[in-house]
Design a protein around this ligand. Structure first.
Ligand SMILES: *Cc1c(COP(=O)(O)O)cnc(C)c1O
Length: 461
């Protein structure tokens, strides 16, 4: 073999970069098949199986609706309070999607051999339905959640579906639950929606699942973004806010009364406290699945989250690589506002593209809003913890915040990084006006204070 032949062979072994591209190519090819099937432009070579069809959805109302608890009740705090109904839709490889059903909330029955229980074939979405100041119920950019749900499902070999039909199912479900669970008398209230898909095929073979179940449930959440409630809960799309004071819900459904065991626990603590991840625990990597909303991203992260809690922090700030690239904060995207090296006010967040960042709907909305406003420079690029430390040292660090559905926009007070406490101005008693301004703008859309195409009104049934 000539030296050049050897060189060619060795460069063809997968690198992180080429793996990311392969994964992307695989997902895209499956998605394009789904899409063309949805548009029925092509006659599929295989037998035609049924797509998801919201018009076939049946509704069986519960005969015994639950009392709706107060938002500060223990049941709500534990994030276990589901509404009266759920929507389910079964899929089989042979027949496709069966008619969706809205029916009383209750246990699922799956076999111990179900794929999801062994191979983590599960993906989900997190979104909210809001009762607006005008009495209408809205979803926020549901098209984005529908598209991401399809992409996550595709990444783990779960079946595709028409995103338009999924949205209709979702709206139908919200329409059924809204009257009782988002009382029209109480403006500015929301329920959290959790669309989920699992592979239910009862067989241990490691293969594409032949049966799946899509379901949608709704959960009452306390008002997590209001500092006076003093709550903090880690969920896959939220970040904690303040943590002193009353009991706070935890990921495992238990409630702890002392939030920060070893901090000074002052009641006026405002910001989220972050613990930077150690180099030996990585949330996501190029070519992995950090960009898909799959349960497999969360189980392995709980140990680090637990450590953060035990040490008095709210969330982990996930770093990547020897360079200490900043990726996400807990289950939310992460933004920094600073004066860049050229002295310009700049909003920075990690870029999409290599599979390490989940494309949050909140992230996209922050970027869109700030770009439209044009008062600060907006960049999506890789940035490191060292850059944040330098900005702090030079007095250029302005604000940091997490962005996700459950907690919205959560300003950061400090980050602990390898023995260093990096304190944001908020942690020194200043205000996070930039983050709070964005939060207000988003809230206005969600609660219908302004009419905006991102706020989609749902008909109540
Ligand atoms: C869901 C999620 C987010 C936030 O996404 P939103 O659509 O804004 O709620 C961010 N990071 C991760 C890892 C997530 O799972």
């Amino acid at each position: 073999m000539s030296p050049s032949a050897i060189a060619r062979t060795s460069t063809s072994s997968p690198t992180l970069d080429s793996t990311a591209k392969l994964t992307k190519a695989g997902t895209e090819s499956i998605l394009s098949q789904t899409q063309s099937h949805n548009n029925s432009r092509k006659i599929p070579a295989v037998a035609v199986v049924a797509d998801l069809d919201a018009s076939k959805c049946t509704v069986t109302r519960t005969a015994s609706p639950k009392p709706v608890p107060a938002l500060d009740s223990p049941e709500v705090l534990s994030q276990s309070c589901t509404t009266d109904h759920m929507l389910t839709a079964r899929w089989t490889e042979a027949a496709g999607w069966e008619a969706p059903e809205i029916k009383p909330y209750g246990a699922l029955s799956i076999m111990p051999t179900a794929s999801v229980l062994h191979y983590a074939t599960e993906c989900f979405e997190g979104m909210k339905a809001y009762r607006g100041v005008d009495g209408k119920v809205r979803l926020f950019r549901p098209d984005r959640n529908a598209q991401r749900f399809l992409q996550s499902a595709t990444r783990i070999a779960l079946p595709g579906f028409s995103t338009a039909e999924f949205r209709k199912c979702l709206e139908r479900f919200v329409g059924v639950e809204a009257r009782r669970w988002l009382p029209a008398s109480e403006h500015e209230r929301f329920v959290y929606l959790r669309p989920t898909m699992i592979a239910t095929a009862p067989a241990l073979g490691v293969q594409r699942p032949k049966e799946a179940l899509m379901y949608i449930i709704a959960v009452l959440f306390p008002r997590l973004d209001e500092p006076r409630t003093g709550l903090a809960a880690p969920t896959p799309d939220g970040t904690a806010t303040s943590s002193a004071g009353p009991p706070r819900p935890a990921m495992n459904g238990t409630t702890t009364t002392t939030a920060n065991n070893n901090d000074n626990n002052n009641n006026n603590k405002k910001g989220m406290r972050l613990l930077a991840s150690r180099h030996d625990i990585i949330r996501a990597w190029p070519g992995g699945f950090g960009n898909a909303k799959v349960g497999a991203n969360y189980g392995p992260s709980l140990i680090a989250q637990g450590e953060a809690r035990a040490r008095g922090y709210d969330q982990i700030l996930w770093l990547f690589g020897d360079e200490a690239f900043v990726t996400e904060a807990g289950g939310s995207n992460f933004f920094v506002l600073w004066l860049n090296e050229d002295g310009e006010r700049e909003l920075v967040t990690a870029p999409l593209g290599d599979g390490t960042i989940l494309e949050g709907v909140t992230r996209a909305s922050v970027l869109d809003l700030v770009r439209a406003r044009g008062d600060v420079k907006v960049v999506e690029r890789k940035f490191t913890m060292h850059e944040i430390v330098r900005a702090a040292d030079q007095g250029r660090l302005l604000e940091g915040f997490g962005a996700g559905t459950a907690f919205f926009i959560a300003p950061v007070s400090d980050v602990h990084f390898r023995g260093l406490d990096v304190v944001f101005p908020l942690g020194k008693g200043e205000r996070a006006d930039f983050a709070m301004g964005i939060k207000d703008e988003l809230k206005s859309i969600m609660y219908g204070r302004v009419q905006h195409e991102w706020g989609v009104v749902v008909d109540e049934l």
